[in-house]
Design a protein around this ligand. Sequence first.
Ligand SMILES: CC(C)(COP(=O)(O)OP(=O)(O)OC[C@H]1O[C@@H](n2cnc3c(N)ncnc32)[C@H](O)[C@@H]1OP(=O)(O)O)[C@@H](O)C(=O)NCCC(=O)NCCS
Length: 159
Amino acid sequence: MKAMAGFEIRLAAADDVEGIVELTGREFRAASIDARIQDMFGGASWIDMKGEVIREELRRNPQGCFVAIHEGSLAGYITTAVNKTASRGVIANIAVSSACRGRGIGSALLEKALAYFKAQGLRQAKIETLETNGTAARLYTSIGFKEVVRQIHFAMPLD
Ligand SMILES: CC(C)(COP(=O)(O)OP(=O)(O)OC[C@H]1O[C@@H](n2cnc3c(N)ncnc32)[C@H](O)[C@@H]1OP(=O)(O)O)[C@@H](O)C(=O)NCCC(=O)NCCS
């Protein structure tokens, strides 16, 4: 448990899952590739797809998923996965409620995940973001991540 500047970071619990999924639906649209595919071609809801992914991340690696609590409410979360072969911790998803941004919650969640990776004896950490997400990219480089490569996503309808 860690208390910092009006918020607390703790392990995510089963009771947090639906709040995390709900926060994701509110806050993650601009960071979602599936939302762009949905905008271009229609089809399944990006929120449903993301919710499924987040629930699975929380189920698979509960000891590496953390929430930020501000004034008793969920303010943000981070999910992680471990690639043992690569000796690498992967930050799968991170989001902070818009009302709580810019006060260090995102960086505290990242630091918590990095501390978890180190405690697991892992040698590297990895995270991805979209080219359009300048805030995230600045945050990641400010805590030590180095850009590796940029990727282009393509999609097409099959009807
Ligand atoms: C990326 C994200 C998690 C950062 O969370 P955060 O709690 O705002 O992070 P921090 O406060 O630690 O740092 C954010 C940076 O934005 C700056 N900032 C200042 N005011 C801000 C505001 N009102 N809103 C957002 N960012 C602000 C911060 O100062 C900081 O920059 P700095 O390190 O150069 O000072 C958050 O913007 C978010 O949830 N975005 C939507 C989901 C998303 O994009 N997730 C990442 C996908 S890869």
